[in-house]
Design a protein around this ligand. Structure first.
Ligand code: XMP
Length: 495
């Protein structure tokens, strides 16, 4: 019944996720027995197969810390100057719990008015020796202490509270921090490292928020006890210097970002990274064919990013006439990558949990998502209201707007002078925190695996390769039937 994957994907068609459907198999275990643990790349183990995309409307420090807290990983984008990108990496890694606050550190002689005058100013400023984080705490000033103060020239030091008990060790987890806040009757605590340098602040509000979400596991923690964080770079000469800064900031994996990764530039960069930083995993791509993948595997990549033009904001297939349906691309690349033990990241085109099941079963080890995560509280940018809906901006890194900010090297060759957009700018609906909706999504993915009789990614891949799992292409009508249809909208009456 149905087709084995090898037969289905060798008929000359380019299939997207929606084009294919699995036939159910045999269930002999409960949903919770399904294990989604996996690897991003050769040496980066993850407990959930989720990666946030290196886009400037998706992954900065809040997203990277929250993805790691969930057991996935975030890849910090590089559409910004090197020191700023390194700062985002450091800030994600200095977080113990996935918070949304941006703690403010200042020196004792800063003017109070500069820190608190205005609605968008923080409720609290930490005063440190150096004026930045990672230095000794001298005290703190609360906005409420300052409000109503007439004298604009007053310095932080004049209103600073010194309180030696305000810091707890950086290694405290959420429960410990929570009980400290309770027992000491505080609204916030500072987190300090072993040498006494304060690096972060946790407020009661943060703790209450995180506690209301499904319980977090251990997360993706590196050997140094900090979140694992990835970063993207390009393949220009200047990217070598960028990479040096990022390595100093502590990245665990680098993603070489290109829409067509099978190039002399990327192959040289892969070899350079492996030569210069043998401990650092390098992800290459993007690729969609077996021969592209083979070239990058030979050059030494530790992971392959798959997808060309399948992203929700992509216009590459229309502008350049190249690309591949994402289901076919993932299956083909994973087939060759599996022979060398290189994990595949299915990048783009994920808009529901079914797409994640399809990507993983077709051979991917993880999915990389942009639009799926962009409307979350952890994504960069503020919410706006459009036609009565709360939305966040989401834009392609090949859109003119993003390229104007510098992301052109992903989409243009080194010498291109005329900018041609390969992406668009849009908005996505508010989805709340990823700490809430990603665990629900993973539960749905587990149910999909259970229906297929696959208790892990490895067992799914084995079932697929042995053609035990059967698939079919869906006709247009079958796709309509598989979605919600035939309903009129139901307006609930209120009494
Ligand atoms: P989703 O579907 O998750 O896709 O929103 C995210 C992925 O899309 C790629 N990307 C682009 N592709 N033009 C493109 O052709 C663009 O402007 C663009 N921006 C991002 C990228 O691989 C990302 O992870």
């Amino acid at each position: 019944d149905g087709f084995g994957a090898e037969r289905l994907f060798n008929q000359g068609y380019s299939y997207t996720y929606d084009d294919v459907i699995f036939l159910p198999h045999y269930i002999d275990f409960p949903t919770d027995a399904v294990q989604l643990s996996t690897r991003l790349s050769r040496n980066i183990p993850l407990s959930i197969p989720c990666v946030s995309s290196p886009m400037d409307t998706v992954t900065e420090s809040h997203m990277a810390a929250a993805m790691a807290a969930l057991g996935g990983i975030g890849i910090v984008h590089y559409n910004l100057p090197t020191p700023d990108q390194a700062l985002l990496v450091r800030s994600a890694k200095s977080r113990r719990v996935p918070l949304l606050s941006n703690p403010v550190f200042r020196g004792p002689h800063s003017r109070i008015a500069d820190e608190f005058d205005g609605d968008d100013k923080p409720p609290l400023v930490l005063v440190t020796e150096s004026g930045g984080n990672g230095s000794k705490l001298l005290g703190y000033v609360l906005k409420s202490d300052w409000q109503g103060l007439g004298d604009k020239e007053v310095k932080l030091v004049d209103y600073m509270r010194s309180d030696s008990g305000v810091c707890v060790p950086w290694s405290y987890d959420l429960e410990k921090i929570d009980s400290c806040l309770d027992s000491q009757g505080r609204d916030f605590v500072g987190l300090e490292e072993e040498g006494g340098e304060v690096v972060d602040v946790v407020t009661r509000e943060d703790v209450e928020r995180v506690k209301s979400y499904p319980k977090l596991g251990k997360g993706t923690v590196g050997p140094d006890g900090r979140w694992m964080v990835g970063a993207a770079v390009g393949t220009r000469e200047s990217d070598k210097e960028r990479l040096e800064h990022l390595v100093k900031a502590g990245i665990n994996v680098v993603v070489l970002d290109s829409s067509q990764g099978n190039s002399i530039y990327q192959i040289e960069m892969i070899k350079y990274v492996k030569r210069t930083y043998p401990e650092l995993d390098v992800v290459g791509g993007n690729v969609v064919t077996m021969s592209q993948a083979q070239n990058l595997i030979q050059a030494g990549v530790d992971g392959l990013r798959v997808g060309m033009g399948s992203g929700s904001i992509c216009t590459t297939q229309e502008v350049c006439a190249v690309g591949r349906g994402q289901a076919t691309a993932v299956y083909k690349v994973a087939t060759i990558a599996a022979q060398s033990g290189v994990p595949v990241i299915a990048d783009g085109g994920i808009s529901n949990s079914g797409h994640i099941v399809k990507a993983l079963v077709l051979g991917a080890s993880t999915v990389m998502m942009g639009s799926f995560l962009a409307g979350s509280t952890e994504a960069p940018g503020a919410y706006e209201y459009q036609n009565g809906r709360r939305v966040k901006k989401y834009r392609g890194m090949g859109s003119l707007e993003a390229m104007t900010k510098g992301s052109d090297q992903r989409y243009l060759g080194d010498t291109a002078k005329l900018k041609i957009a390969q992406g668009v700018v849009g908005a996505v609906a508010d989805k709340g925190s990823i700490l809430k909706f990603v665990p629900y999504t993973m539960q749905a993915v587990k149910q999909g695996f259970q229906d297929l009789g696959a208790s892990s990614l490895e067992s799914a891949h084995n079932l697929l390769r042995s053609s035990t799992l059967r698939l079919e292409a869906r006709t247009g009508a079958a796709q309509v039937e598989g979605g919600v249809h035939g309903l009129v909208s139901y307006v609930k009456k209120s009494f």
